[in-house]
Design a protein around this ligand. Sequence first.
Ligand code: SME
Length: 166
Amino acid sequence: MAEQLHLQASSREERYQELYPQLQSLTCRETNLIANLANAAAALRQAFDFFWVGFYLVEGDELVLGPFQGDIACTRIARGRGVCGTSWLTGKTLVVPDVDAFPGHIACSSASRSEIVVPLRDTAGEIVGVLDIDSDQLSDFSEEVDRPALEQIALLLAPLFSKVKQ
Ligand code: SME
């Protein structure tokens, strides 16, 4: 079946609002975690043309690269390292306006200028990975628009992880 996103809004906030129900219907019909994360990464990239969108998934004491859209990236990140590992360690979303100013930032690409990382939890509240989005523009992500919208998407994805564990 052909899948197509319908996105018309010009503001980022409205685009997130358009995207959310489409992500919901896209992921609720499929139980395979990889398929759902792959489509979620593709949808976010397609909607906003971000430089890099992807998932890192918890495996032991590391994050391992999962489905993503963009250039090749580092495959393993230790807990507490870089923006992704710090988001996992603290359990908090990190909005980084200038990656060069973030101590310990892991530069997978020199074109990346700003970044947002959102922890992903399963329905039991355990952190199972992070959603990482990079931009080639400085200060491209905001606490007011991107953070709540992406945290809402992280909540939408939570049951997918729980299905895998059952
Ligand atoms: N910059 C991230 C590493 C992953 S790449 O951006 C794809 C970090 O510091 O954790």
